[in-house]
Design a protein around this ligand. Sequence first.
Ligand code: HEC
Length: 246
Amino acid sequence: MKKLILALALLAPLTAFAAGGGAIHPNDPANIDTGNEAALQRGANHFVSYCLNCHSMQYERWQRMEEFGVPEDLLKSNLMHAGAKKGDLLKVAMARGDAANWFGAPPPDLTLEARLRGSDWIYNYMRAFYVDESRPFGVNNTVFDNVGMPHVLWEQQGMQKAVYTEEDDGHGGTHKVFAGFEKVSEGSMTDVEYDAMIRDLVTFMTYMAEPTKAKSHRTGIMVLLFLALLLVFSYMLKKEYWKDVH
Ligand code: HEC
């Protein structure tokens, strides 16, 4: 009991942080399934096309993608940099110093991002860029204020602005409350299509952050099935042994 109380006491500041860490908008669940191979393949493709120019995933190798069904020839012809080998890490060509100069902050490595921030966070972040002329790239982000990243998927999503309403704060003043996004220009995708694209991207990033997790899940289910079967047989065996005893 003492241990439990101690554990709760230690966790309390964490939950307070999660609840009070500023309003995050939007705050939708990503609803990903890291067992969905088609989603993983699409996500890998998006990541290589749109993210790997700036962000590395340098604690993972290209061959990891074979685990979710990317055939070797496709991996080589479509995804890998020219001249790369399957065993190479997912690095970027840009020097970190250059990147820091261009963006104010270097684009961080994203291998473990899904574990660091959580899949839902990334899902919402990628949908939360909005027009803000005061920023170097003309965009800001409601999930990551003053982020150094440009809205790289603006052609797909289009551009949106953040709408705020003034609300009485109960002390004679007002404060701004986020009311939602409003489209200022259309992208090539509908919102539903764009969300699906981001979901695939996040599925891929989540898999890469913890590649063994999907496998452990499957193993766990097999173990439970095996135990259930064992229970049935044990019960039958018990009946068999005891039937002559009474
Ligand atoms: C043009 C370069 C560039 C491209 C392309 C790019 N990013 Fe970024 N990204 C950045 C920079 C710079 C930052 C760091 C921002 C900061 O710290 O202010 C960043 C930050 C991030 C973060 C937050 C990291 C953190 O601090 O936790 C995520 C998540 C992210 N990017 C995801 C993506 C994804 C997914 C893609 C592909 C769709 C992508 N980025 C494409 C430059 C880029």
